[in-house]
Ligand binder design. Structure first.
Ligand SMILES: C[S@@+](CC[C@H](N)C(=O)[O-])C[C@H]1O[C@@H](n2cnc3c(N)ncnc32)[C@H](O)[C@@H]1O
Length: 276
């Protein structure tokens, strides 16, 4: 079988709407899913919950709290490894992802492990579940940094969470935005402004349309977003690079990870007073 051919692209920084982001990132993840799962699947574990390339586990951090008996939703669930681990902890978890191919990998792992994660193809900005459906919503490097309308996504999390519910997510550490996506020492020289929120976009040279989009918010932006939506921030974890991890994952490596954080993990509780 031949490899799926992606478009020829150039990278740029420019405004990109929610619709454009979704139209770009869904097909991009469809094209990339097989390689992503072949490269990172063994590190993720078929039933495994890591919060990012450092390999720090939910088992060690317990950001989500006790999961037994909880209704749990994973946004940007990919092949559902994290949500499957939640089921092992006694939670009833569901997946949501934009990419059809990622969800086919989730079905493959459902069969291989015997632990099925019912999943839906949807976007984090229009979560197709009823109000007050979940005790916990989480996202491990999933949808949030691919979404332009982040206020819409966070408002939808508020809607599907029960009062007192837990929201936790990991993202590329915002300070990484200053550096090139290069895992070597060369990637440690800041070359762009931390405060420049202009999205990173890859443009198809043939059509001029976006074929990939990533959105940046500062640490302060995230704190403001959570607080405005009615959350009480309880955790902001910046994992250190572990002594036993010599893996390179994109721009993440020991060379950079020993000097500067690569991942930020937020944990927050929905206040009973939140506007819904
Ligand atoms: C880096 S992968 C992470 C997947 C999984 N959490 C893991 O740890 O392997 C990002 C995932 O977010 C999904 N995604 C991107 N934009 C999304 C959106 N707007 N709504 C839902 N999922 C989205 C992608 O399809 C992809 O599966």
């Amino acid at each position: 079988m031949s490899e799926p051919q992606g478009p020829i692209v150039y990278s740029d920084r420019r405004a990109v709407s929610e619709t454009e982001s979704r139209r770009a990132n869904g097909p991009d993840w469809d094209r990339y899913a097989d390689e992503y799962q072949a490269t990172h699947g063994p590190f993720l574990g078929d039933i495994g919950f890591i919060w990012g390339p450092e390999g720090v586990t939910e088992e060690s951090l317990r950001v989500l709290g006790d999961l037994a008996g909880r209704q749990v939703l994973e946004l940007g669930s990919g092949a559902g490894q994290c949500a499957r681990w939640v089921r092992h902890q006694g939670g009833t978890s569901y997946g949501l992802d934009l990419s059809h191919r990622q969800l086919q990998h989730s079905l493959r792992l459902d069969d291989a492990t015997g632990v099925a994660v019912p999943s839906v193809r949807a976007t984090a900005t229009a979560i197709p579940f009823a109000d007050d459906s979940f005790d916990v919503v989480f996202c491990s490097f999933g949808a949030l940094q691919f979404v332009a309308d982040i206020e819409v996504a966070v408002a939808d999390v508020v809607r599907v969470l029960r009062p007192g519910g837990r929201f936790a997510f990991s993202i590329t550490h915002p300070t990484r935005w200053m550096f090139p996506d290069d895992p070597t020492a060369e990637g440690l020289t800041a070359s762009q402004s931390y405060w420049d929120r202009t999205p990173y976009v890859e443009i198809d040279v043939t059509t001029g349309t976006a074929s990939y989009a990533e959105h940046h918010r500062t640490l302060g932006d995230w704190v403001g977003l959570l607080s405005a939506a009615g959350f009480r921030l309880t955790d902001l974890i910046e994992p250190e690079w572990p002594a036993d991890n010599d893996r390179i994952w994109g721009g993440w490596s020991r060379a950079r990870g020993e000097l500067t954080p690569g991942t930020a993990i937020f944990g927050a509780d929905l206040l009973a007073t939140a506007q819904r």
